[in-house]
Design a protein around this ligand. Structure first.
Ligand code: XUL
Length: 517
């Protein structure tokens, strides 16, 4: 037992969470915000601004620079960093990092008198990484589908998906064959960050590897024929795929400069969603998690391997073993913020008007809030549509109606697109918008099941720290979950809204289908 560090390299920030398994408490949390703390990279939202919404890229050197900064912050925090016994981490999923022959050599001799940024700058065969919001690979997805058909989805857990790493690699190979040839290894954000910590290339875990359209989910191996078609010679450029509980290596001597103990074990990193499954205590089937972050996701541990018949949802590896299902809604907090700004309300006022001035079902006023291209249902262009009263559709309705409409419409979409997830009898919510009392109540009522909240809001970072404790000291996930993920508040569903919402969900289903096809 002792202190364990979880790092979470998400879209907008790199966060550190330290847990103490003796006291069962989170003893430290801090973050480096990419826009605020590293403005020289010109990534205010964590990615380069571009006039083309389908291209979303981040310079990977930014993440390396943030690693030095967050560990510097940790060293100056009021905790005994020398007592940290193990480290793990999570990364935004799907993003890929392209490294040349210099990478391994540079990592093996990291000089503690220089920064990671200074030492790694010549190690990339591609200066920018496509991240999960990139949607520029429709042509490559179509090619992969026409070559392999449903086999891709059956074997890798998802059909070819624009943001997934395989189609992204294929596009890079097609557009820049020379740079692809110079690429010796391709990492995910998670395995790239883990590599920096251990001073050599780290494996990719089954949790995050599943988001690549390359991993055979049932056998835990890369699929040679899909890899070869994706890009010639790719299989040799991929790190090995391993279970999420594996130790990747020992902390590199470079990091002793931050007071961290020499050679402590580093667990393979995973994706932010698989890590969140652990941090929400939802690694056994029966509990679904709704994570309300930059994107909204709904996910759950699965009892059996099964894919989404609609082709929008995904199967990833569950870090505790087995599989998890996930549907991702890109327009999450972005759409809520757009409507909040239009209403000119603070978040507190927004919540208040919804709860005090409107009623469940909102007289069937609803909207399709695709302010940017959407993953679920898949839409490659932005489109916002309204349905309901004339005044509401003309933008002349009450602010309160519009405020309720965005929250309810998003939850209707969660309900419709989570039907394939299987049965669950409770929902745990996490992420920034889980503070909203109105949204919490709407989720409980639409799903007609209890909604639980818990103390730690960064569940991916907490999950990473719990994974470090499990992998490095063999503390069981059940024990860790009892210590760190107990519910602090439970919202019960209001049975009187059951029929109203059952009807509203059907109305929304028809509305969504009529617009998106
Ligand atoms: C999941 C997905 C996002 C990213 C960003 O498929 O694309 O949730 O992991 O956090």
């Amino acid at each position: 037992m002792g202190l364990y560090l979880g790092l979470d390299c998400s879209t907008q920030s790199l966060k550190a969470t330290v847990i103490d398994t003796d006291s069962g408490s989170v003893v430290h949390s801090s973050d480096i915000n990419f826009g605020r703390d590293l403005p020289e990279y010109r990534c205010p939202g964590g990615f380069l601004e571009s006039s083309d919404p389908l291209h979303v890229l981040t310079p990977p050197l930014l993440w390396a620079a943030a690693l030095d900064m967050i560990l510097g912050k940790l060293q100056n925090a009021n905790i005994p960093v020398e007592k940290i016994c193990g480290i793990s981490g999570s990364g935004q999923q799907h993003g890929s990092v392209y490294l040349n022959a210099e990478f391994e050599q540079t990592l093996s001799g990291l000089d503690r008198n220089c920064t990671l940024e200074e030492q790694l700058k010549d190690c990339f065969s591609r200066e920018t990484s496509p991240v999960w919001m990139d949607r520029s690979t429709s042509a490559e997805c179509a090619e992969l589908y026409s070559r392999f058909g449903n086999e891709i989805s059956e074997r890798t857990g998802s059909p070819p998906i624009e943001r997934f790493t395989g189609p992204q690699i294929r596009k890079f190979y097609k557009e820049f064959p020379q740079k692809y040839a110079e690429t010796l290894i391709i990492h995910l954000v998670s395995s790239f960050m883990c590599s920096l910590l251990i001073g050599h290339s780290a494996p990719i875990d089954f949790g995050d590897g599943a988001g690549m359209n390359l991993l055979d989910m049932q056998h835990g191996d890369w699929i040679p024929e899909i890899a070869e078609y994706t890009a010639p010679g790719l299989i040799k450029k991929l790190p090995p795929a391993v279970p999420s509980t594996r130790i990747a290596g020992k902390l590199a001597p470079y990091f002793e400069k931050y007071g961290l103990p020499a050679g402590i074990p580093v667990n393979v990193w995973s994706g932010d969603n698989p890590s969140s499954l652990i941090g929400c205590g939802a690694f056994n089937p029966g509990t679904a998690v709704i994570s309300l972050g930059t994107s909204d996701t709904i996910f759950a541990a699965m009892s059996d391997y099964k894919t989404d018949p609609e082709g929008c949802g995904h199967v990833f590896g569950n870090p505790a073993g087995g599989f998890m299902s996930l549907s991702c809604f890109t327009n999450g907090s972005l759409a809520r913020e757009k409507i909040k700004d239009r209403c000119q309300l603070s978040w507190d006022e927004f919540d208040k008007v919804v709860l005090q001035q409107t009623r469940p079902g909102n007289n069937n006023n609803m909207l399709l809030p695709h302010f940017v291209p959407e993953s679920t249902p898949l839409r490659l262009s932005a489109q916002v549509k309204y349905q309901g009263s004339e005044a509401f559709c003309n933008g002349q309705g009450e602010k309160a109606e519009l405020a309720r409409a965005i929250l309810e419409s998003q939850v209707y979409s969660f309900k419709i697109h989570s039907e394939w997830l299987g049965r669950f009898d409770r929902i745990r919510i996490t992420g920034g918008a889980s503070d909203s009392a109105a949204l919490t109540q709407i989720i409980a009522d639409v799903f007609q099941c209890p909604v639980e909240k818990f103390a730690v809001s960064n569940s991916a970072g907490l999950g990473a720290a719990m994974r470090a404790a499990q992998a490095c000291s063999e503390i069981s996930f059940v024990e860790l979950s009892n210590l760190f993920t107990a519910a602090t508040k439970i919202e019960q569903p209001n049975a009187e809204t059951k029929d109203i919402y059952a009807d509203a969900v059907e109305t929304y289903r028809n509305f969504e289908q009529s617009v998106t096809g």
